[in-house]
Design a protein. Structure first.
Length: 489
RNA sequence: CGGGGCAUAGCGCAGUCCGGUUAGCGUGCCUGCUUUGGGAGCAGGAGGCCCCAGGUUCGAAUCCUGGUGCCCCGACCA
């Protein structure tokens, strides 16, 4: 059978689509721009959710849920916010259908027009801050640390499975604080939670940075981001944490009495990651054989394949192994399908990115061995059955670490420092452009000009960017530190 | 919103230009036999509102008119 996916160097975009489709992660739907997340893809999301949720709880947050619909008037209360989202909102105008008088089907009942139209949330700041007004009266009510898991809708012109869909799943944290310092600390804390998750669980190295004014969230004073580099040399914004200052508190009149009984507006943050992370996961590790998953997020970490096909002796040994693996918390499965041959299963499990494959054959039983194949580097070796669980548990760690290291090496190899516009353009014209550290004069005007000329944008200013005197690559004006440019998703 | 493409079996497609048997191929599915350490072989079988609505015609998947939907590329954006 021919290869299931288009090679990356032939058509990267098609490669990505092939992986999503053939690894059974998601498919397009009858609704433009909306996807069906299939069980295997959703399994990855569930792993992400579980881990992130634990991390949110550990940092003191609680989950709650706010409505899908937002009164239209709410959206316009914060000027920058409405400006940013107005162009991509789905609007509910009616609440009832009726049979068409001519029998042609069902139509919107014109009598059932809503007095105030409802927006399908593109994000929930407005409805949440409208609610927080009632929740916060005293400094004793603060900080308010809430997260919600939800779907949101942004009517994007162009969509791509996982990376940009009209509807997507995410979490959005919304916190309220008594002081600007606390809000800033929260913003940075959540950026670090995201960065830790990305690096330790997704094995995806990220840059911790903050956005330029131009790239900031609509309504934020400052937006912090984690930026990852994909295999085609384009950047992916993988998570954002916003310091909203008092913008929403003022827009929704959320005040509290401080210890001196003085009324003050509260300080806000919001932060989110979405199913886009799955797109990032795919484009960080996967290869021309299919998906490659880091063990910590793989729905199935180890698959045991009977060779050449299941029989009583193999089934018995497999059952023993399954129990032993499960006892160690390993997510393992036994592929006892006797209608497929081993070769088919090997290819299928590679396509699905299962980190470790154990080939258990009749000869192995005689010899007391088992074949261990790792997905990340496609190597395989025969191992003694004795102690195999320990071996595999440690191998899963190795794979997790190897994937991170490999991605980090890739990023290092595709990170450049340039001082002239000629070098800058030359790097961007490469097949795999990558991150470019360069000096910028700090103006939105220059940023937009560079984007227009090269399609590259400022992904972020690294949190730890060292002071360094230099000249803007475009205007030659003075700059005191480098920022990171890249083409981006 | 521009440019392109597609809509026929679960999935992937051919057939459409130039109308004419019972609409076909690959794959998957069901049955049986054989095979079995990297995507098995043979035989038999089931499976179709050919996107929708009109029209032309003795006859439409195919021609005409009008719709609808999805995908890809670009602009915009997480």
């Amino acid at each position: 059978m021919a290869s299931a996916v288009t090679p990356r160097n032939e058509d990267y975009s098609q490669w990505y689509l092939d992986i999503v489709k053939n690894a059974n992660l998601a498919s397009n739907s009858a609704v433009r721009g909306c996807m069906v997340i299939k069980p295997y893809g959703f399994g990855i999301w569930e792993r992400m959710q579980r881990q992130l949720d634990d991390m949110f709880k550990e940092t003191g947050h609680q989950n709650a849920y706010f409505p899908l619909f937002i009164p239209k008037s709410f959206l316009s209360k914060e000027a920058a916010h409405v400006e940013g989202f107005a162009k991509e909102c789905a609007v509910v105008t009616h609440y009832r259908l009726m049979n068409a008088p001519d029998g042609s089907g069902v139509i919107v009942d014109p009598e059932a027009k809503l007095e105030e139209e409802l927006i399908v949330r593109p994000t929930s700041e407005t409805i949440i801050w409208n609610t927080y007004r009632d929740w916060v009266t005293s400094y004793r009510d603060l900080p308010l640390l809430i997260n919600q898991w939800a779907n949101v809708v942004r009517w994007e012109m162009r969509t791509r499975l996982f990376l940009r869909t009209a509807e997507f799943l995410w979490q959005e944290g919304h916190t309220a604080h008594a002081t600007a310092e606390e809000a800033q600390a929260e913003t940075l804390q959540m950026q670090e939670v995201y960065a830790t998750f990305a690096e330790e669980y997704m094995a995806m190295p990220v840059i911790r940075g903050y956005k330029t004014e131009n790239e900031r969230f609509a309504g934020a004073d400052n937006t912090y981001t984690i930026e990852a580099l994909m295999q085609d040399g384009k950047a992916l914004q993988a998570g954002t944490s916003h310091n909203l200052g008092q913008n929403f508190a003022k827009a929704f009149d959320v005040k509290f009495a401080n210890k001196d009984n003085q009324e003050e507006y509260v300080y806000a943050t919001s932060w989110g990651v979405s199913t886009r992370l799955i797109g990032g996961l795919i484009m960080t590790h996967s290869d021309d054989e299919g998906l490659v998953l880091p063990p910590r997020l793989a729905p199935i970490q180890v698959v045991i394949i009977p060779i050449p096909k299941p029989n009583e002796a193999l089934d018995a040994k497999a059952a023993e192994l399954l129990a032993a693996f499960k006892a160690r918390g390993v997510r393992v499965s036994y592929d006892s399908d006797d209608t497929k041959r081993p070769g088919f299963k090997f290819a299928e499990n590679e396509l699905k990115g299962i980190p470790v494959r154990l080939g258990l054959g009749s000869r192995d039983l005689e010899n007391g061995t088992i074949e261990v194949a790792r997905r990340d580097n496609k190597t395989k070796e025969s191992q003694p059955l004795e102690g195999i669980v320990d071996h595999v548990v440690s191998l899963l760690d190795d794979i997790q670490n190897n994937l991170f290291q490999r991605a980090l090496d890739f990023r290092t190899a595709h990170t450049h420092h340039v001082d002239t516009f000629e070098e800058f353009e030359a790097i961007l014209n490469r097949d795999i452009p990558g991150f470019i550290y360069a000096h910028w004069d700090g103006t939105t005007e220059t940023e937009l000009k560079i984007k227009e000329m090269t399609k590259a944008t400022i992904r972020c200013i690294p949190n730890d960017a060292p002071e360094e005197a230099g000249k803007c690559i475009l205007t030659g004006k003075p700059s005191h530190r480098r920022v990171i440019f890249a083409k981006a998703y």
